[in-house]
Design a protein around this ligand. Structure first.
Ligand SMILES: C[S@@+](CC[C@H](N)C(=O)[O-])C[C@H]1O[C@@H](n2cnc3c(N)ncnc32)[C@H](O)[C@@H]1O
Length: 382
């Protein structure tokens, strides 16, 4: 296929499924989608506003480029997970990502390393993941299968070493896995050159991002999301001594600014490396939240006596045990940050037995896709 860095054809790889809709219309369509779904679910909620993305092209700070068993290197064809469009990027990633993709491309074709064939469970190269930050830092991760012996390990390392000068990135990492699944992260990570992480600044806080850490993918608009959530908490007029619980906290994206306001702030996250990052982020910013590494469903919310609970679960939503616990403990205030509003609305069927919505805004973190972030403030019913 002919390479086109700014493809913008919604049926090619599917990354920009709404590209043919003018951006203003996309925003209205998302707002209408939320309000129509809430009405259909009989949830008393009006999403009053959608905050646009700061930019609606080149907004992504991370892209996972697939390498298939034939050595095709690019993005998957829409609706055909088994087909990879070779030499294909798009207009959604940051331009630094596109530049690094082009610099990687000749190496993927000539590295001397085999390509992973999932059916046969054989071969090495699987993915190239590229991350960048607003601070101008760059990370390239090459994901391979675990080497079968030390000579294969040397072969991989020598081939990667030949890339160091071409890439000239802040952090160049070799990640490897024994998994047969199509995942773009490896359980083993080794730094080939540079730092073990890259740094991002969101409003006034610095965050480190390691190869396997979750980080909001639209950094500029993430600043709006974070400010919005923090100003929502201000409306609750809680004292600085209030206990605040941030469930599904990642590397402390919301926990850090919350801990600058509330002395007893707790962040809960199941991924150990994210909690390690969160602790390092707290130190980096001279803040003192408490981080707990555990699945949210395994903690007892009552142990923290929270006045406010913030939840930002993955697309699968809250664990039923977390919902039960919230409804039993019933903290006075909740903020629900959702990247899948259909799931959030289905959970509101339960939460509304004890809570009312007092504010709901959408923030468009994902232009040219049907997705949006929805932030809802809930207050316990009298
Ligand atoms: C949508 S991300 C939000 C992270 C963070 N609030 C942020 O904005 O960067 C969801 C987070 O939940 C974590 N997670 C997934 N399942 C979890 C669970 N059962 N208990 C706690 N954390 C979980 C993921 O590792 C991820 O960091």
């Amino acid at each position: 296929m002919q390479e086109n860095t700014l493809c913008g054809r919604k049926d090619v790889c599917g990354s920009c499924g709404w590209f043919d809709i003018p951006y203003e219309e996309q925003l209205l369509k998302k707002l209408e989608g939320i309000n129509t779904a809430a009405k259909a679910d009989k949830i008393s909620l009006i999403c009053s506003k959608i905050i646009p993305s700061v930019t609606n092209s080149h907004y992504r700070n991370k892209m996972d480029f697939v390498i298939d068993y034939k050595g095709n290197f690019g993005l998957r064809e829409k609706g055909k997970w088994w087909k990879v469009i070779d030499n294909h990027t798009c207009f959604l990633p940051d331009t630094k990502i596109i530049d690094l993709y082009h610099r990687l491309y000749p190496w993927v074709k000539n590295s001397g390393l085999s390509y992973y064939d999932r059916k046969a469970d054989a071969g090495l190269l699987r993915y190239a993941i590229i991350r960048v930050t607003k601070l101008g830092e760059t990370m390239v991760i090459i994901l391979t299968t675990n080497p079968k012996d030390s000579s294969e390990e040397m072969l991989i390392k020598n081939s990667l070493a030949s890339l160091v000068d071409t890439l000239n990135v802040t952090s160049f990492v070799w990640s490897h896995t024994s998994s047969k699944s199509d995942i773009s992260f490896g359980e083993n990570c080794e730094v080939i050159s540079g730092a073990a992480y890259i740094r991002e600044k969101i409003n006034e806080h610095f965050y480190i991002i390691r190869p396997n850490s979750f980080f909001q993918t639209n950094s500029q608009t993430a600043e709006l999301l974070q400010s919005h959530v923090i100003s929502m908490t201000d409306t609750f007029n809680l004292p600085s001594s209030a206990n605040v619980l941030d469930l599904y906290c990642g590397s402390g994206f919301f926990t850090l600014p919350l801990s600058g306001k509330y002395k007893n702030t707790y962040g809960v996250e199941s991924v150990k490396s994210a909690i390690d990052d969160a602790n390092e982020n707290a130190q980096l910013n001279n803040l003192h939240p408490n981080f707990i590494c555990a699945p949210a469903e395994n903690i007892r919310i009552s142990d923290y006596v929270p006045e406010l609970v913030l939840v930002d679960p993955p697309r699968s939503g809250l664990h039923p045990k977390v919902i039960n616990d919230l409804l039993t403990v019933c903290p006075k205030y909740m903020i629900y940050v959702s990247c899948k509003y259909e799931k959030f609305l289905s959970e509101m069927q339960l939460l509304r037995t004890k809570y009312s919505v007092v504010d709901c805004h959408a923030i468009d973190m994902f232009p040219h896709t049907p997705h949006t972030e929805v932030v809802t403030a809930l207050v316990r019913n009298p």
